[in-house]
Write a protein that binds this ligand. Structure first.
Ligand SMILES: [Zn+2]
Length: 358
């Protein structure tokens, strides 16, 4: 069989691998081809099936044997996106598969040449041919993206469980549960140097990859509001293909709330914002300021010119509703269930009053 036919079948195996990823399984896919015809597919599914043997190859071998009505898979080629493990290679040898074609090598568990080569053992081999490296980069990239995303998610979960500092409060999630028009997934960061363990909440919607046409809108709330003021903007800006990030300043929204008023200085909030912008590695950012947000954020584009665009105004979609003052009631009060959690409100009032006097 020539190279392009192998590529064709491997693409079908890749489609199976993608389907596995969507189910939360490690993305490995397989197909079995008999005399030039596709007779079976399989995707990795051990987690969902509570089945340690549910590797893509085993699933595909079982389906192929059912299709042929024979446990011997004569004249069959099995395509799989990842070098097979010992279990699957054993099964393929038992099934007398004529040829095995795999994509990416697996340095940890692959036994078609990486860790060892079961197919080259003269005592075991039934002349099963092996070929690796077909669409290897694509197969490996799919696995890489899956594990990167999973690490990211695990990190986010670890942060979500992050213990609260003794001198701070954390507004219970239930306070935000019934707010309308705020379906956005929470993002947290707690390991910026300036945060000293406090947990900062932010929204991050739209495409993450910076391109030379996309814009990142950095939407900063004024006080006493929080990221909720941007709820009507997020759908409009993300629909236009932009990324939107909107933090809750420490003391506001879903971010941790130090109990002492004296914790809050403009310099400290500005430092947190700078470290947060660095952490998100924002590119081509445009700053949007709501209310008095300029007190904390106005200097960001000046201090970090490499991350901000010069002339953003022309790009704002025309159909954005004007930013409002948050209505009295649930949305305004949600982050502040008691007096202790209102330290930031008192502190900002004082800080801004003092600045006016200067
Ligand atoms: Zn396997």
């Amino acid at each position: 069989m020539n190279e392009s036919a192998d590529g064709h079948w491997m693409r079908l195996a890749l489609a199976q691998a993608r389907a596995a990823a969507q189910d939360g399984e490690v993305p490995v896919g397989a197909v079995v081809v008999h005399q030039g015809q596709l007779i079976a597919t399989g995707r990795n599914a051990p987690v969902q099936g509570h089945d340690p043997t549910a590797h893509a190859e085993i699933v595909a071998l079982r389906a192929a044997a059912q299709h042929l009505g024979n446990y011997r898979l004569q004249d069959c080629t099995l395509y799989v996106t990842l070098e097979p493990c010992a279990m699957c290679s054993g099964a393929m040898l038992h099934a007398r598969v004529a040829r095995v074609v795999f994509g990416a090598a697996d340095a940890k568990t692959g036994v078609a040449g990486s860790v060892l080569n079961l197919f080259a053992q003269p005592q075991l081999n039934h002349q099963t041919q092996v070929q690796g490296g077909v669409l290897a980069e694509e197969c490996a990239a799919l696995l890489g993206a899956f594990f990167r995303a999973r690490r990211c998610q695990q990190r986010a979960q670890a942060i979500a469980r992050h213990p609260l500092r003794d001198d701070a409060l954390r507004t219970p999630e239930a306070r935000f549960a019934d707010l309308p028009d705020y379906p956005w997934a929470p993002h947290y960061v707690n390991d910026l140097p300036a945060l000293a363990g406090l947990r900062l909440h932010y929204l991050d919607e739209g495409p993450r990859e910076a391109s030379h046409t996309s814009i990142t809108w950095l939407c900063l709330h004024g006080t006493p509001a929080w990221s909720y003021v941007y709820r009507h903007w997020l759908p409009v800006l993300t629909a236009a293909g932009h990324r939107v990030v909107a933090p809750d300043l420490i003391g506001f929204g879903k971010s941790d709330k130090p109990k002492k008023d004296s914790f809050h200085t403009l310099q400290w909030h500005q430092q947190v914002l700078r470290e947060w912008v660095e952490r998100l590695d924002l590119q081509r950012a445009v700053l949007v300021l709501h209310g008095n947000a300029g007190e904390c954020g106005a200097q960001l584009p000046v201090q970090m010119p490499e991350r901000f665009m010069d002339t953003p105004d022309a790009s704002l979609p025309a159909d954005l509703s004007p930013l409002e003052v948050l209505p009295e009631g649930a949305a305004c009060d949600a982050p502040f269930p008691d007096r202790g959690s209102r330290a930031a409100l008192r502190a900002f009032e004082r800080v801004l009053r003092e600045r006016k006097k200067l």
